[in-house]
Ligand binder design. Structure first.
Ligand code: ZN
Length: 200
């Protein structure tokens, strides 16, 4: 049976969770006849696995492909073969892309031989932040109280943001995080890992 490399489906599922109402107009998996006529990672290989997917650019619907491009390239995930987005191609660095489609309607992701590794992609996304919020609340659910990309200076600031001004000093033991953080300012993505390590 023909299928996508597993990591492409993992990313699709992550994006659908992140933006459940996003447009899928320009989503693409297996190649259409136009693709099949030329060499494309959208075409299945000898094992009936295809190695590329397109993800629709729909900022209003919650998926901005510039954000996605930023997140994927920032992570420099070893499964990436290349990304094409908005007239540029990324293969470890960005270069001008002159293909027939400018790729402004969708981001194209090709994965390499590691593409069947199904682990989640490192997106500094709301899901991860919600994970923090849930962990901080020890089971409570306060999605949206921290904006994606927010920098957090220290544990007490995190507590204030999560609790929206409530005073909850001490709900996280400061040494639990700070003892392991060299700089006090950590990005949310790093914090996710730290909090997971401490609280699970
Ligand atoms: Zn494509």
């Amino acid at each position: 049976m023909v299928r996508a490399a597993y990591s492409l489906t993992t990313l699709l599922n992550q994006l659908n969770r992140l933006a459940p109402n996003r447009s899928k107009l320009s989503d693409g998996g297996i190649g259409d006849p136009a693709h099949a006529a030329r060499i494309s990672d959208h075409n299945p290989d000898a094992n009936n696995i295809y190695h590329a997917r397109d993800y629709t650019h729909d900022p209003a619907g919650g998926l901005d492909c510039q954000w996605l491009a930023n997140e994927l390239t920032r992570s420099a995930d070893i499964r990436i073969k290349y990304i094409i987005w908005n007239r540029r191609i990324w293969t470890g660095y960005w270069a001008t892309y002159n293909g027939s489609s400018p790729h402004t309607e969708h981001l194209h992701l090709s994965v390499n031989a590691r593409g069947d590794d199904p682990r989640e992609w490192e997106l500094g996304d709301d899901m991860a932040i919600e994970d923090i919020e849930r962990m901080v609340w020890k089971g409570g659910n306060v999605p949206g109280s921290i904006a994606a990309g927010t920098l957090i200076a220290n544990v007490e600031e995190l507590e204030r943001m999560v609790w929206k001004g409530g005073s909850v000093t001490g709900s996280i033991a400061p040494e639990s995080l700070i003892g392991r953080v060299d700089k006090l300012t950590v990005a949310v993505a790093e914090l996710v890992e730290l909090v997971k390590g401490q609280m699970t």
